[in-house]
Design a protein around this ligand. Structure first.
Ligand code: ARG
Length: 459
């Protein structure tokens, strides 16, 4: 069966049918398509196109098909052009001529938009649930070693000491923004396109607001031509997905390094690592490497849809059928990566000694000493120079900060007062950074509490 064909003398070539068919991927929209059509049948009744009995017959038949469509057998051997055609064909097999009325005032253009929106809304909700779980796991990890000190890096070089929970809360912020961003995408997804027809609007008197309420949409779209050619809402989701993957890939990269022998800070759970077929000693961070790798696939999906839409003339063009494999892939990669990341976070443990030693062996406290000089009135550029010379001499003589005493500092430069020697210890510089958003112990404790409250509100 086809939803068109009257004006053709010859049927489509076999090559074209194979080339243009989308059932093998858009069958994933079957449930959304059926739910949308049930609401549409109710709208058709309200518009006087279907009698109450016809509507009841159609809705019940759709309901039976919904149950069947959960199983592969429903699609077996089907040669329909797409999922929408398949479902109308199966409806007709069940209820005959009533099925011929279902497509009144509707186009596959507004139908496809509806189906994607219904499906995407659920995917976004699932992704946001998973993000909440990841945020909770990060918070728990931050509370576990709340006093641990690690080097913060710039340029992959030891920069300044920070509290371990401060580092983890940085990722909390990123994923909290992703949660918001996907919520914003959802608000643009959750608008009813039905009533737009192919491009010019439906010629039947639908109460579109009523259909929107029936399907749980927040409102209705405002321009039928826009609807027919619009995939902004899909790109908004892909942007949110890509940003989330970007953040996951950075966490993955950090932890691949931090759990390796060169850093030795983190012990990844056995359950998220793999051995080597040849090297018996290996414990490889494959889960994190795969998260990092799958990130590339999602960026590819995002840019593919961007490029697909670029320069398309108004309104619908068949190019747009290719949006679905990209969306499905991105949603799957996002889901899988978020699930994986949560398990990694839950099973990874910090080993506080190596990162603390990394701080102590380095001159990560240099800024704290310069800041102390500046607070005593030494202009910062001069303070920077004094501490720079101190570091140079220490590097030449292989001295760590702990090898210096207050007397030795004063001898090195008279600007150093005895009380400044405490900034040779990383805890002191951290304690000085009680500014909002800083790594001071009280600031971080407050940030932990605030993050917990924010997580509570993410419902
Ligand atoms: N499978 C198609 C899609 O997903 C259905 C739309 C076909 N519409 C058309 N005007 N040929 O885009």
């Amino acid at each position: 069966m086809k939803l068109w064909g009257g004006r053709f003398e010859a049927g489509p070539s076999e090559v074209f049918e194979r080339f243009s068919g989308s059932l093998h991927f858009d069958k994933r929209l079957a449930d959304a398509d059926i739910r949308g059509s049930q609401a549409y049948a109710r709208a058709l009744e309200r518009a006087g196109v279907l009698s109450p009995e016809e509507r009841e017959t159609a809705v019940a038949a759709f309901e039976a098909m919904r149950a069947e469509a959960r199983w592969p057998a429903f699609f077996e051997g089907a040669e329909d052009e797409d999922v929408h055609t398949l479902i109308i064909r199966k409806l007709k097999e069940r209820i005959g001529v009533i099925a011929d009325k279902i497509h009144t005032g509707r186009s596959r253009n507004d139908q496809v938009s509806l189906d994607i929106r219904l499906w995407l809304r659920e995917e976004i909700d699932a992704a946001r649930d998973l993000l909440r779980g990841l945020l909770a796991a990060l918070l728990e990890m931050a509370r576990r070693d709340s006093q641990a000190i690690v080097p913060g890096y710039t340029h992959t070089r030891r920069a300044q000491p920070v509290l371990w929970p401060h580092y983890l809360l940085a990722y909390f912020e990123m994923f909290a923004r992703d949660y918001e961003r996907l919520g914003e995408a959802r608000s643009r997804v959750n608008v009813l396109p039905i009533g737009s027809g192919a491009l010019a609007g439906s010629a039947f008197p639908f109460d579109r607001e009523a259909i929107a309420r029936d399907l749980g949409f927040d409102g209705i779209t405002k321009n039928s031509m826009d609807v027919s050619g619009d995939r902004d809402f899909a790109l908004d989701f892909l942007h949110g997905a890509a940003m989330t993957m970007l953040h996951l890939s950075r966490l993955a990269e950090d932890w691949i390094l931090y759990s390796g022998e060169e850093y030795g800070w983190l012990e990844l759970g056995d359950g998220v690592t793999s051995g080597s077929s040849m090297m018996p000693q290996k414990k490889n961070p494959d889960s994190l490497e795969l998260i990092r790798g799958k990130c590339g696939a999602v960026f590819g999906d995002y840019s593919a849809l961007f490029l697909l839409m670029k320069g398309l003339p108004m309104t619908y063009n068949r190019d747009m059928q290719e949006d679905k494999p990209r969306l499905f892939d991105a949603a799957d990669q996002l889901r899988g990566s978020l699930q994986m990341a949560r398990v990694v976070v839950e099973t990874t443990r910090l080993k506080p000694a190596p990162p603390l030693a990394a701080v102590q062996e380095s001159w990560a406290v240099a800024t704290d000493l310069a800041d102390a000089l500046a607070r005593s009135g030494v202009p910062f550029h001069q303070a920077h120079k004094i501490v720079g010379r101190l570091v140079l001499e220490s590097v030449r003589e292989a001295k760590k900060p702990s090898d210096w005493t207050a007397e030795a500092l004063a001898r090195f430069d008279a600007a150093f007062t005895p009380e400044m020697a405490r900034y040779l210890r990383p805890e002191e510089g951290i304690r000085a950074r009680e500014i909002a958003g800083g790594t001071g112990p009280h600031a971080v404790a407050g940030a932990l509490e605030e993050a917990a409250r924010r997580l509570e509100r993410m419902r």
